[in-house]
Design a protein around this ligand. Structure first.
Ligand code: NAP
Length: 252
């Protein structure tokens, strides 16, 4: 699947799942904007993509900051063209049981996942609707179905599913599809941090998780990038408002 002449924004792509998505979309022929909190953190992925012969830029932005988002998206439009594809991937966890969860833990998670996806989508959609073609992919999670210690994160990830379906209804007539991917356990810094917080060795944590997953292994960032590639391309033009669980089983 090649998409020359199109550009993509991937938020939170300095590492983990976002970095794999950025690499995959550049492989598919898109110019890619690597967005993350710090521009300096995006340089390694940007250079790797440029060195492979593709176009990429690094942009520092906090996706929950309205003005910074507007500036970042117009910079992308100026430097590599108005975005045809937006992947709302930036994310954080602030896990705790409800009685210990602070208001700040709640707000931070809502701000990055929900407010961030809203601001990025609103700023990007005008380029997509004007050109009559666009793709928005939101990163939800199996935690949307409920997960102990993640009231904030579960609510945000479930919220993103409603957000996805509503944007699909609003933007479909402009040639813009909107879908969500709900990953299960993916091996990244995020899951490594969870193991650390629980005082479990990461290798043991992964082995324990793999035993619960029907295909018998934990996921890799590339497993998610492959599904983003499908949603971001022409072959998925009749698929919109869907949530696909990429979890090695129905939802585990
Ligand atoms: P990760 O390794 O922690 O990477 C997340 C990236 O997002 C980091 O580079 C982080 O920057 C960036 N970020 C955080 N807040 C931001 C903000 N306000 N503005 C811009 N960038 C921001 O996480 P991951 O495991 O790759 O997860 C990627 C996405 O998949 C997240 O939405 C996550 O919730 C979702 N997901 C992950 C899993 C999993 O098992 N890993 C499962 C289900 C869903 P800093 O490095 O500066 O913090």
């Amino acid at each position: 699947m090649t998409q020359p002449g199109r550009s993509a924004i991937v938020t939170g792509s300095a590492r983990g799942i976002g970095a794999a998505i950025a690499r995959r979309l550049s492989h598919d022929g898109l110019a890619v904007a690597i967005l993350d909190l710090e521009e300096s953190a995006c340089i390694a992925v940007r250079d790797e993509i440029i060195n492979s012969g593709c176009r990429a830029i690094a942009v520092g932005v906090d996706v929950s900051d309205e003005e910074a988002v507007e500036r970042a998206v117009s910079r992308v439009a100026t430097e590599i063209g108005g975005p045809s594809v937006l992947v709302n991937n930036a994310g954080i966890t602030r896990d705790n049981l409800l009685f210990r969860m602070t208001t700040s833990d709640w707000d931070s998670v809502m701000n990055v996942h929900l407010r961030g996806s809203f601001l990025m989508s609103r700023a990007s959609q005008k380029y997509m609707t004007e050109s009559g073609w666009g793709r928005i992919v939101n990163l939800s999670s199996t935690s949307a179905l409920g997960n102990r210690g993640q009231a904030n994160y579960s609510a945000a990830k479930a919220g993103l599913q409603g957000f996805t379906k509503t944007l699909a209804i609003e933007l479909g007539k402009y040639g813009v599809t909107v879908n969500a991917i709900a990953p299960g356990f993916i091996e990244t810094d995020m899951t490594a941090d969870t193991a650390k917080r629980m005082g479990i060795d990461f290798e043991d944590f992964k082995k324990g998780a793999a035993k619960q997953i029907p295909v018998g292994r934990v996921g890799q960032p590339e497993d998610i990038a492959a599904v983003v590639s499908f949603f971001a391309g022409d072959d998925s033009s009749f698929v919109s408002g869907q949530v696909i669980y990429v979890a090695g089983g129905p939802y585990s």
